[in-house]
Design a protein around this ligand. Structure first.
Ligand code: OOG
Ligand code: NI
Length: 454
C-alpha cells in the first residue's frame, strides 16, 4: 500500500474542527451567534485596515482566520488523557505547554494539543486546551475514592474510535473513508450528555468539593465546554456581544488594548444553566449544571522569554495594586497604567528582543539578491529589502485560563490549593513530554531568517 493514499493529518484536523463546530452550533446556538458576530467584525477590520490584510496574506493567516478555533475539555484519568494524546496525534495535534491551575483554585493541570509547524499552523491552527483533574486535591478520602471508582468504570471512546487510532498508528495514516469514519467516531467523545451517570446526591457531594469535579466525574464523557473563534478586534466584539444582550464577562482577560496586540486577549459569555437528568436515582430527578459557555479571543505577537517575563511582571503589578485580582472596579485603568511600560511599536519590540518575528524579503529584496547578501536582518529592513511580521501566539495564559474557569463556576469559587505544579506527573499520565512553546516560536523565526538567503 502506498502512503500517498493517506489523508494528511492537517486535513483530518480541518474535518474534525468543522465537525466540532457544527455539533457545538447545534448544542449551544449562542456559539453560532458569536461566530457570525466575529466574522462580521473581522471583515470590517480587514476592509478598514489594508495593511493588516496584507500582513495576514503575507503570512498565510488570512485563510485560516475564518476557520480558526480553540476548544476545551477536562478529563478524569491518566488513561483518558493518554488516549486523547493518541487521538489528537492522528490529526497532527501535539501537547505544547504545561499549565498549573491549582494555584488559582482550580484542581486541574493542563496542556494544549495543537499543530506545531508553520505549514500545519497555516493549514488549520485548531487547538484543544485539555485539563486533567487532580483527584488528589479532593480532601475527603471517601469522596476521592468514590470519584476514582466512577471514573474507572467509564469509557469515553467508542470502540470504532480506538480501533481507528490503532490502525493509524500501525499503518502510519488513514485513507479517505477511514479518516471520515474516524472524525465521526472521535466526535462522540466530545458530545454533551444531559443524563448524569451519578445520583443527584453524589452530584451534590462532588459539586461541594468543587464544581469542576462534578463536571468531570458526573458525565459519560468530556463534553467540549467551549469553542472559541478568533477576532481581530475583541473590544468591538465585546461591545457587539453586549449590544446583542449576551451576558458577557465583565473584564477582558490578558493585556490591555494596544496598537500592537501581544499574546492573547479573551472574553466569554457565562455558562448556560442546563437541565440534567439523574436516571440513576430511578426517579426522574432533574437538576441543573453549568458547563458550556462561549468565548472569543484576539491573538497577538508571541513573546520571547524576556517579553513574557515583562508581561507577567506588569500583569501582577496591575492585579496586586487593587488587592483584588482582576475584579477590582478600576482594574482596566490599573492594567493600562501598568502596561504603559511595555513598548507598543514593532520596531522596538523586535529590536529589544521582546517578541518573535517572521522575516521575508520584499519584492525589492527578491529582485536584488546581491544587495541582500549577508546583511543583518535589521539592515535589510532599514533598506526596504525585508519585512518582519509578528508571529502569532498560538498558546494560552494560565492567569487568563483561571479567570475563564472561575467566571463559569459561579464566580465566587476562590480557594487556593496547597498543591504545586507537577509537570512530571502530568507527562507521566499523558505518556509523552509536553513541548516548550518558546522553542517552537524560536524555530519559526529562525526558519524565516534562513529563508532570506535561500
Ligand atoms: C478551560 C479554560 C481555559 C482558555 O481559553 O484559556 C481556556 C476550561 O474551562 O476547561 O479555554
Ligand atoms: Ni478557552
Amino acid at each position: 500500500m502506498s502512503t500517498t493514499a493517506f489523508v494528511s493529518p492537517d486535513d483530518i484536523r480541518t474535518l474534525f474542527a468543522q465537525a466540532m463546530s457544527s455539533m457545538y452550533r447545534t448544542e449551544v446556538p449562542l456559539y453560532g451567534t458569536l461566530v457570525d458576530l466575529v466574522a462580521e467584525i473581522n471583515d470590517a477590520v480587514l476592509t478598514d485596515n489594508p495593511a493588516l490584510a496584507d500582513q495576514l496574506d503575507r503570512n498565510d493567516e488570512r485563510a485560516r482566520l475564518a476557520q480558526e478555533r480553540h476548544g476545551a475539555i477536562r478529563v478524569g484519568t491518566a488513561a483518558e488523557l493518554a488516549t486523547l494524546g493518541r487521538l489528537f496525534a492522528v490529526m497532527g495535534m501535539h501537547p505544547v505547554g504545561y499549565y498549573d491551575l491549582s494555584v488559582a483554585g482550580v484542581p486541574v493541570h493542563s496542556t494544549a494539543f495543537r499543530p506545531r509547524t508553520a505549514a500545519a499552523l497555516a493549514h488549520n491552527p485548531f487547538r484543544v486546551f485539555t485539563s486533567l483533574l487532580r483527584l488528589e486535591l479532593i480532601e475527603d478520602p471517601a469522596l476521592r475514592e468514590q470519584a476514582a471508582q466512577i471514573l474507572a468504570r467509564r469509557h469515553i471512546f467508542t470502540d470504532e474510535c480506538l480501533h481507528l487510532i490503532a490502525q493509524a498508528e500501525r499503518d502510519g495514516g488513514l485513507e479517505e473513508t477511514e479518516a471520515r469514519r474516524f472524525v465521526l467516531a472521535a466526535l462522540e467523545t466530545f458530545r454533551w450528555h444531559s443524563d448524569a451517570t451519578v445520583s443527584l446526591d453524589t452530584y451534590h457531594a462532588l459539586s461541594k468539593a468543587h464544581r469542576l469535579i462534578a463536571d468531570v466525574v458526573s458525565f459519560r464523557g468530556p463534553h467540549i465546554n467551549h469553542l472559541t473563534p478568533r477576532t481581530l478586534d475583541i473590544d468591538a466584539a465585546q461591545a457587539g456581544m453586549l449590544a446583542r444582550g449576551i451576558d458577557a464577562k465583565a473584564v477582558v482577560e490578558g493585556p490591555p488594548p494596544r496598537k500592537c496586540p501581544i499574546l492573547l486577549r479573551q472574553t466569554s459569555f457565562k455558562a448556560l444553566e442546563e437541565e440534567v437528568n439523574f436516571p440513576e436515582d430511578g426517579r426522574s430527578d432533574v437538576g441543573t449544571h453549568t458547563a458550556r459557555f462561549g468565548e472569543i479571543e484576539q491573538r497577538g505577537l508571541a513573546l520571547t522569554p524576556k517579553g513574557r517575563a515583562l508581561y507577567d511582571q506588569l500583569l501582577n503589578q496591575a492585579r496586586d495594586a487593587g488587592g483584588a485580582g482582576s475584579t477590582g472596579g478600576d482594574y482596566t485603568t490599573r492594567l493600562a497604567n501598568a502596561f504603559a511600560a511595555f513598548p507598543d511599536d514593532h520596531d522596538t519590540l523586535r529590536r529589544e528582543g521582546l517578541g518573535y518575528y517572521r522575516y521575508a524579503l520584499t519584492e525589492a529584496g527578491r529582485a536584488d539578491k546581491a544587495a541582500v547578501g549577508y546583511l543583518p536582518a535589521e539592515a535589510l529592513i532599514a533598506a526596504g529589502l525585508a519585512t518582519a511580521d509578528p508571529i502569532v501566539y498560538e498558546d494560552f495564559l494560565p492567569v487568563s485560563a483561571a479567570g475563564i474557569f472561575q467566571s463559569n463556576l459561579g464566580g465566587e469559587e476562590q480557594r487556593a490549593y496547597a498543591a504545586h505544579a507537577n509537570r512530571e506527573a502530568f507527562e507521566q499520565a499523558l505518556g509523552l513530554k509536553v513541548e516548550d512553546e518558546f522553542g517552537i516560536y524560536q524555530r519559526l523565526q529562525d526558519e524565516s531568517l534562513a529563508a532570506l538567503r535561500g
